[in-house]
Design a protein around this ligand. Structure first.
Ligand SMILES: *Cc1c(COP(=O)(O)O)cnc(C)c1O
Ligand code: SF4
Length: 346
């Protein structure tokens, strides 16, 4: 995975408020990229936790400074750490049904980096880069370097959208689409606004939370200028991911006109208890983010230790439903290859 080259670097003027010069690409340069640095930063020794160097080689460690700052030093069971820590369990033999392409992305390709599985929605894998590497990620084995539509390759997506007016929504996915520079995003948004049949733009991103500095004034201006409905689906799994910096980034997106939704993945040992789930969806609502999906784990090789069985997940959501307003209960969903939509279980 590589990061986009540094763009039109903003000049730093003395006296400018800090926020105006916060540079997300500089933040990325200080991200943690090795298992040892991560353990040292959290005052953990490899004896405290069963880590796997082989797993770290296969899918490298990547944690942003903002995410690291929320982790509890000395706690090998910290639910934030466990999302990013290469554990020995990743190398264990996996149950039947686990594989490298669990949701059949390869079968849904409509062009380079372009997937269509569901009516009216075209999904563009706009970059392979992310700001963090989540161990349970269903795309951890996806051949990003061959399949992405970004980096000056928007033409394919724009042509498809122009030729097929049944496509009402473009979904930017990845990787993380906000890892693209403002200039690259502008190169998509401007021509997109000229295609009348595209009514909505949706952005799936973890950056408002894991790299809040990315939601800078330049990005906000770009999104504010986009003349169609804008939906931003963030990905927060645990309430402790939401600190004041994340809340400020989310607020900026709302002020840029985005409808904010959250999708979480139900993960063993991280957010599979009622109290964490209650706090998660309520804290998100405090930040102006409504629930979307609570996903069951996709059976991707190396992630089986995160799995929560369906009957347990259903009971958890039923308990949430008994305690929270209906609009704060996420849809429990699983992706079954070949179905016309994601399968909602509760
Ligand atoms: C998940 C997904 C979508 C979006 O589905 P929604 O239910 O609308 O969120 C669209 N295209 C692909 C390829 C997907 O995997
Ligand atoms: S695509 Fe999303 S879930 Fe996967 S590593 Fe990137 S941020 Fe994490």
């Amino acid at each position: 995975m590589e990061y986009t080259a540094k763009p039109e670097a903003a000049a730093i003027h003395p006296g400018q408020p800090l926020d105006a010069v916060a540079d997300w690409q500089q933040d990325m340069q200080t991200a943690i990229r090795s298992l040892d640095t991560l353990l040292t930063a959290l005052a953990l020794s490899p004896r405290d936790v069963a880590v796997s160097r082989a797993a770290a080689e296969q899918f490298p460690v990547l944690v942003t400074p903002a995410m690291l700052a929320r982790m509890r030093p000395g706690d090998p069971r910290d639910p934030l750490l466990l999302q990013f820590l290469p554990r020995l369990e990743e190398t264990f033999s996996q149950p039947p049904g686990y594989g490298g392409d669990p949701v059949s992305d390869s079968a849904a390709l409509r062009g380079e980096g372009l997937l269509q599985k569901y009516a009216g929605r075209l999904l563009a894998i706009s970059t392979g880069a992310c700001a963090v590497h989540c161990r349970y990620c269903f795309r951890r084995h996806f051949p990003y370097s061959e399949q992405h539509a970004g980096a000056g390759r928007w033409q394919g997506a724009l042509t498809l959208l122009r030729d097929d007016p049944s496509l009402h929504e473009l979904i930017l996915s990845g990787g993380d689409p906000l890892m693209l520079t403002d200039r690259r995003l502008a190169a998509l948004l401007e021509p997109l606004a000229g295609i009348a049949s595209v009514r909505r733009l949706r952005i799936h991103t973890r950056l408002p939370v894991v790299l809040p500095s990315r939601i800078d004034a330049g990005l906000a201006a770009l999104l504010t200028a986009f003349p169609r409905a804008l939906v931003v689906v963030v990905h927060v799994n645990h309430p402790r991911e939401l600190d004041t910096a994340a809340a400020a980034a989310l607020s900026r997106l709302r002020h840029a006109g985005a409808l904010l939704l959250n999708q979480a993945v139900l993960l063993r040992g991280i957010n599979d208890d009622l109290s964490t789930q209650m706090t998660l969806w309520q804290t998100l609502a405090d930040a102006g983010v409504m629930p979307y999906y609570l996903h069951l784990l996709d059976p991707v090789t190396g992630a089986a230790h995160f799995d929560v069985p369906e009957h347990e997940a259903r009971a958890l959501v039923a308990a949430l439903r008994a305690r929270l307003p209906g609009y704060l209960v996420p849809r429990l969903a699983r992706e079954i290859p070949g179905e016309p939509a994601k399968t909602v279980l509760a």
